[in-house]
Design a binder for this molecule. Structure first.
Ligand code: UDP
Ligand code: LCN
Length: 805
């Protein structure tokens, strides 16, 4: 970007830059973010002339790419993002000289901004992961970020091609490893080396080629065994032949597709643990509380779907006679005071599975006020290390062995996964769901002020540890990793940042690492399905929910009586968190008499009485909702249901709204992914989703749904109105968007797609983990040092504070 600065400085635009800087200097604001930069520049430009598009001048372009501006006494610092996943910083002095800044200088500047720059006291500790990524290849093109596995397969197959001896040796020893409950799988001791493996494949192929394709494996099992092949190659002669042919091809002419096909077939995953520690994890009565939302839904559905896929894979691999029962355990905390839920039970079977379990392990008893009760995810840090030690024993007992794959969820679950995976030497995957760092503005810069409530010093350290240690990071969207051209990704925000007085992170995560893989979730298709599937919709339930939504009067949990229940419903359902912004939607509705004219607003959201919640944020939202209702007199025009629906009802509720040709609106200020968007779309409800976060990738604007900018209420209202008017004129339009939405979910967001991909990744990264183990050891040692020297002492400090509560 220095060329742009040069271009500005060497032209007439130089004066505009000078004026713009002095205008900025005049205001009180010393730290500007992109929105503020753009609006300052817009108002500056209009004082000069008619508003011009940014790209009509070099200065406009420069400003467009600027993410942050920090104003100092004699200079200003521009932080520019010329491309996705790239950052440059420049300091421009009063005389318009400028210089590029290093990351270190930038972090020092930020520290100075918050008065925490103390060079006289020595250097601050720098965390730098870059040198440890030399074990791994890196992707070059930002558009391929998140497609790690394709890249990795290409890399590994080219390695096999370049150095066949070493790699085939590794493949041979990898294949010799596998067993289940003492039964050897794949190859036995009769195949002594890779050379012999290659010969025997040919012999076995000769044998199976002579059989009809459908001949069951059991009928020729012993003949194959004589060649050195054990179960795991397939359930029929046709399948065994295919698998052996793929391996034969891999040995003769390795290529990435062949490698992927082969590794994806290896039966090596039978026991999986999904770690979701902070708890309040059960199948009933937990959703909708603060901190318990999509993550619980996601993990439960994932567990069910993983078990099913494992069962299919095991059968296809020809392992039926071994009576292998795959097992999926969701590991969470046991909460003794469980408020009527099952969170105090050690084991709970996951509905709809044969061998899926919620295993609850208690936190060790420190201060019982904390460890006996539900505690916020922000407070859980001191208990995690001992939790991992205890969980390891309980997992061993349940699995009668160790898991083959550990998947962490959220910062706490990911840290525990790291600790478990390190001890057990098992492949570790992480899933963020939502990284708090980008959710809270300036959360790292002002961490010291936020520490009493949020303990971000622990959370961000835990994040750095887990994301770097993970073999594979599963993200739901591209932008979760690397953002968009105009906004920074959630993982990207860990690339460099300062925690003043604690540390500077100069390279926190390698975004171009093949460890990143986008694997979006799905929805439970037994619960969420199109409204048109009337055969699966009991009329009594429809009737009950219609009444609940539109007419039941019960002030204990329902607010509002509709004057005209026949109007088109605008529907939303979410927890009453500030960030979910249901009050924003109410405000948008309140400010638009036309919307009120044509539609009713129906909200399903937590509670309607402030006195019933202990959560401050929820209480404030409840109060705000009433203020909006009163100020704009929304009586008769909206209903607000303060309840948590049981799962089956929550599916039907979208369909009841669809029966009335309603729409779903998701107005969050930021949504990491947004399961309700998928639920609404698959039900056939035309959906308006926030443009901030995951919905931007789920919805294709104008095709199968619509984007809204929830910070612009007028624009949001007019977008919805435009749709409603079009539908009034042409009812087919509603059906068109509805059908496209359904199609979008079925084609792209199903659990079947998710788990097939996830298990294929688990095998491929398992192989890579095996072959790169020694090379990763230095990285893991560095991570351990961070855990013991930074995380642990801070966790201990927090524990002492907990004792005083
Ligand atoms: N949900 C629910 N009852 C409620 C509120 C939400 O069952 O009162 C469910 C909703 O159907 C969805 C999940 O909770 O499955 C929310 O997930 P999402 O990803 O939309 O948001 P999160 O709450 O995780 O931020
Ligand atoms: C957490 C969130 O905030 C949502 O955006 C996601 O949909 C959910 O987790 C599931 O990943």
């Amino acid at each position: 970007m220095s060329y742009l600065i040069e271009a500005v400085l060497n032209s007439e635009e130089k004066n505009n830059l000078r004026e713009f800087i002095s205008q900025l200097q005049e205001s009180d604001q010393r730290y500007l973010l992109r929105n503020e930069i753009l609006s300052s520049f817009d108002s500056f430009s209009t004082t000069k002339s008619e508003a011009q598009p940014y790209f009509s001048s070099n200065l406009g372009k420069l400003i467009y790419y600027t993410q942050e501006i920090i104003l100092e006494k004699e200079s200003i610092c521009l932080i520019i993002r010329p491309k996705i996943a790239q950052q440059e910083a420049y300091r421009i002095f009063e005389d318009l000289n400028y210089e590029a800044m290093t990351v270190q200088q930038l972090l020092d500047t930020r520290d100075r901004f918050v008065n925490h720059f103390h060079p006289d006291e020595g250097d601050v500790f720098e965390i730098d992961f870059r040198p440890f990524y030399d074990y791994s290849p890196t992707i070059r093109d930002p558009k391929n970020i998140g497609r790690g596995v394709q890249f990795l397969n290409r890399y590994l197959s080219s390695k096999i091609f370049q150095d066949p001896n070493q790699w085939l040796e590794a493949l041979y020893s990898f294949l010799s490893l596998h067993s289940y409950n003492g039964n050897t799988l794949l190859i036995n001791g009769r195949i002594k080396d890779r050379k012999q493996l290659s010969d025997r494949i040919k012999q076995a192929l000769n044998l199976v080629s002579g059989f009809p394709k459908s001949k069951p494996y059991e009928e020729f099992r012993f003949e194959l065994q004589n060649f050195g092949f054990e179960p795991g190659w397939g359930n029929t002669a046709g399948r065994v032949r295919e698998t052996l042919e793929i391996l034969d091809e891999l040995i003769d002419s390795p290529d990435y597709k062949v490698l992927e096909d082969f590794l994806s077939r290896i039966p090596m995953i039978f026991r999986i643990v999904l770690v979701s520690v902070h708890g309040w994890f059960a199948q009933e009565g937990v959703l909708g509380r603060p901190d318990t939302g999509g993550q619980v839904v996601y993990v439960l559905d994932q567990a069910r779907s993983l078990e099913k896929q494992l069962q299919e894979d095991i059968s296809l691999a020809g392992l039926d006679s071994l009576n292998i029962e795959p097992k999926v355990i969701i590991l969470t905390r046991l909460i003794p005071n469980s408020d009527g839920t099952r969170c105090n039970e050690r084991l709970e079977k996951v509905h709809g599975t044969d061998n899926g379990w919620i295993l609850r392990v208690p936190l060790r008893e420190f201060n019982p006020n904390m460890t006996q009760n539900w505690i916020s995810r922000f407070e859980i840090w001191p208990y995690l290390e001992t939790y991992a030690v205890d969980a390891e024993k309980e997992l061993y007992q349940e699995f009668r062995g160790i898991p083959d794959l550990i998947i962490g969820n959220y910062s706490d679950g990911n840290l525990v996964s790291f600790l478990l995976a390190r001890r057990l030497k098992v492949t570790q995957f992480t899933i963020a769901h939502a990284l708090e760092k980008s959710k809270y503005l300036f959360s790292n810069l002002y961490w010291q002020d936020l520490e009493p409530n949020y303990h971000f010093s622990l959370q961000f350290t835990a994040d750095l540890i887990a994301m770097n240690a993970a073999n594979c990071i599963i993200s739901s969207t591209y932008q979760e990793i690397a953002g968009r051209s105009d906004s920074v990704g959630q993982y990207e925000s860990y690339d460099n940042f300062t925690m003043p007085d604690l540390y500077h992170v100069v390279n926190g995560i390698e975004l171009f690492s093949p460890k990143f893989n986008i694997v979006p979730p799905g929805v439970n298709e037994n619960v969420y399905f199109p409204y048109t599937r009337s055969e699966d919709r009991p009329p009594s339930k429809i009737e009950k929910l219609e009444e609940l939504l539109f007419s039941t009067e019960d002030p204990s949990f329902i607010f509002g009586k509709l004057e005209d229940p026949g109007k088109r419903p605008l529907f939303s359902m979410a927890r009453l968190d500030r960030i979910k912004n249901l009050t924003g939607l109410a405000e948008c509705f309140a400010n638009s008499p036309e919307l009120q004219e044509r539609c009713n607003l129906i909200l399903v959201a937590g509670k309607i009485h402030g006195a019933e919640t202990q959560d401050n944020e929820e209480r404030e939202e409840i109060e705000k909702m009433y203020r909006i209702i009163e100020q704009h007199n929304l009586h008769g025009k909206m209903r607000w249901l303060g309840l948590r629906l049981p799962k089956s009802d929550s599916g039907e509720i979208y369909r009841v709204i669809a029966d009335r040709r309603g729409v779903f609106v998701q107005p969050a200020l930021f949504e990491a992914f947004g399961l309700t968007i998928l639920e609404a779309m698959i039900s056939g409800l035309p959906t308006f989703g926030t443009q901030f976060g995951g919905p931007l990738e789920i919805i294709q604007d104008g095709i199968n749904g619509f984007y809204i900018n929830p910070t612009n209420l007028e624009e949001t209202a007019s977008k919805i109105l435009e749709f409603v008017s079009k539908c009034d004129q042409n009812p087919d339009y509603w059906h068109e968007i509805s059908n496209q939405g359904i199609e979008r979910v079925y084609s792209t967001y199903t659990w079947k797609i998710h788990t097939t991909k996830l298990l294929s990744l688990a095998r491929i990264y398992g192989f890579w983990n095996y072959t790169s183990k020694e090379k990763r050891e230095d990285l893991l040692r560095y991570i351990e040092a961070l855990f013991y020297l930074i995380y642990k002492p801070r966790a201990k400090e927090l524990l002492e504070q907990h004792w005083q509560r």
